[in-house]
Design a binder for this molecule. Structure first.
Ligand code: FAD
Length: 502
């Protein structure tokens, strides 16, 4: 039985990916007749409509909602994603894949890439890609879900999805409404705050309807209607570190056989994405308008398409950074309202998911304990900063000198935390994963190596294995990995067999 301090009225403002993910999770985790969850969305304002590449953690969210994967894939026109290919990032003509999942297997307790470096120094030339099943499958256009096989790399395949953002929000909406979320279509015009403590008490819609709430979740996108316009929380601008501030997007026809990975191609003043869905391909060019005009950016995008455009180009403005407080008073911001970093590593939807999880862990009562709020804000900021550093690495560790944009990125002052990581790696290939950090050693290694950082040495214990044994083990791994690859069906075959959308 709920008491007087329990929150009973939750109001979510915004019906994009963030709003409907929050509605779905809350309605699933807080089913109680006395708790009402209302979601307000404006059809005239609309959603951002992009955000189609994900990372493997989204599977946990789907499991939480008890979604059936094949149905989810069909309903969202999804394809499978094994990683991201970065083309022309280190220098023109070079590319690498940042895969999900690890390389090789740890030996004698030491991470595999230390042995790989030693093997290279012994004169062997096998690419690191030959030891990662996700990369091998991506290159071969293959996919399968993990199989329950002991000690087989097939049991450890890691993957995510590319999906249609609009269909995803619709899917989440249906789920939420079935679980009792009340949807109201209307534009919020005014916000009423308590005179003494500034907490939001109610919002008023264009229709005149007043909606009261105890906890408000601001999912209104970049404008941050409650967190910023009403509460004037403040925003920390990271444009000096992640200077891209615009994107032009366009849809194009589906690729004959969709590739199981995202492609990110570096351009003169930013980069271009290609996200293959079952029904069509999503394309976008992220750039910095200091170095490229909107017209030129649209031209670059259109020239870089692999298939015929089926929509008009659309321009999106953004600023990278984070709200000074993601949670302020009785307003928690999620999604673009909380902050935004580049879509370079597909982390925004993930950040929505982790904020929802954190909200559930720290769910407030009507007293809104300041210590809980501070904990929530500190953890969220740390998570953002760790991802920010990882993104900066892609831009900063480059040899490109062919444009002012790349010269800026190559020579810009970077956070001490990243400087330190790069220096440690360049010395002896050490990578230290920080507590709860999203990207682990394999990811940092993939990007550092892919961007051309070469350590002077490697873990000294990797020298303890006799050379002949190391050679044998490396060749065994390659043989096993190749045998696994041979068994995998093509990505398209897998979709046709299990989850083809109609
Ligand atoms: P929006 O989609 O903007 O939704 C805002 C909602 O608020 C709408 O429903 C609107 O109607 C409502 N609203 C606004 N004002 C009012 C009002 N006054 N009254 C009532 N309702 C109102 N993320 C990824 O994870 N992977 C990606 O590949 C990726 N690519 C991206 C590419 C670009 C160029 C950009 C800009 C973002 C990308 N993202 C990506 C981020 C992702 O799109 C967002 O995190 C996600 O869509 C969440 O958006 P949102 O729900 O916060 O905001």
């Amino acid at each position: 039985m709920l008491n007087d301090v329990n929150i009973k009225k939750i109001v979510i403002v915004g019906g994009g990916t963030a709003g409907w993910m929050a509605a779905a999770a809350l309605s699933r985790l807080m089913p109680h007749p006395e708790i009402s969850i209302r979601l307000i969305e404006s059809e005239t304002i609309g959603t951002i409509g992009v955000g189609e590449a994900t990372i493997p953690h989204i599977q946990h969210f789907n499991q939480l909602l008890n979604l059936q994967e094949d149905e989810f894939v069909k309903r969202t026109n999804a394809t499978f994603k094994l990683g991201i290919e970065f083309v022309n990032w280190q220098k023109k003509g070079q590319s690498y894949i940042h895969p999900f999942g690890d390389y090789g297997i740890p030996m004698q307790g030491i991470r595999f890439y230390n042995y790989w470096y030693r093997h290279q120094m012994m004169g062997h030339t096998h690419s690191i890609d030959d030891y990662n099943l996700q990369i091998m499958a991506a290159k071969a256009g293959k996919f399968q879900r993990p199989e329950r096989l002991q000690n087989s790399p097939l049991s450890q395949i890691e993957y995510a999805y590319h999906f249609d953002a609009t269909l995803y929000a619709k899917f989440m909406r249906e789920f939420s409404e079935k679980n009792g979320v009340i949807r109201t279509v209307g534009k919020v015009t005014t916000v009423q705050q308590n005179n003494e403590n500034g907490f939001i008490e109610s919002i008023t819609l264009e229709s005149g309807e007043v909606i009261e709430g105890e906890l408000f979740i601001d999912c209104t996108g970049f404008q941050g209607l409650l967190i910023e316009k009403a509460l004037k929380t403040g925003f920390e601008d990271w444009s000096d570190l992640l200077p891209c501030n615009r994107a032009v997007t366009v849809l194009s026809e589906r690729a004959a056989d969709p590739i199981p990975y995202t492609r990110s191609t570096a351009q003169k003043a930013g980069w271009q994405w290609r996200i293959p869905l079952q029904s069509r391909t999503g394309n976008g060019h992220v750039y910095c308008n200091t170095y490229m005009s909107d017209d030129e950016a649209a031209k670059v995008l259109m020239e870089g398409l692999d298939s015929t455009a089926i929509s008009d180009p659309r321009l999106i403005y953004f600023k990278t950074g984070i709200r000074d407080k993601v949670w302020n008073k009785n307003v928690i911001s999620l999604g673009l309202a909380a902050g935004f970093m580049e879509p370079l590593e597909s982390t925004s939807i993930h950040l929505i998911q982790t904020s929802i999880a954190r909200l559930m862990t720290n769910f407030p009562d009507r007293n809104f304990n300041e210590a809980d709020i501070k904990y929530f804000n500190d953890r969220t900021r740390l998570e953002f900063e760790q991802i920010r550093d990882f993104l900066i690495l892609h831009y900063h560790a480059t040899e490109r000198e062919d444009s002012d944009f790349w010269t800026y990125c190559r020579t810009m002052e970077i956070p001490e935390s990243l400087k330190e990581r790069m220096a440690i790696f360049e010395e002896n290939a050490r990578l230290y994963r920080h507590d709860n950090e999203l990207f682990g050693e394999a990811s940092w290694f993939a990007v550092m190596h892919g961007q051309g950082l070469t350590p002077k040495g490697y873990h000294p214990h990797a020298n303890m294995m006799p050379a002949a044994e190391l050679d044998q083990r490396m060749s065994d791994i390659r043989r096993t990995w190749n045998a696994c690859l041979d068994q995998m069906p093509s990505h398209q075959n897998f979709i046709d067999r299990h989850c083809k959308s109609s």
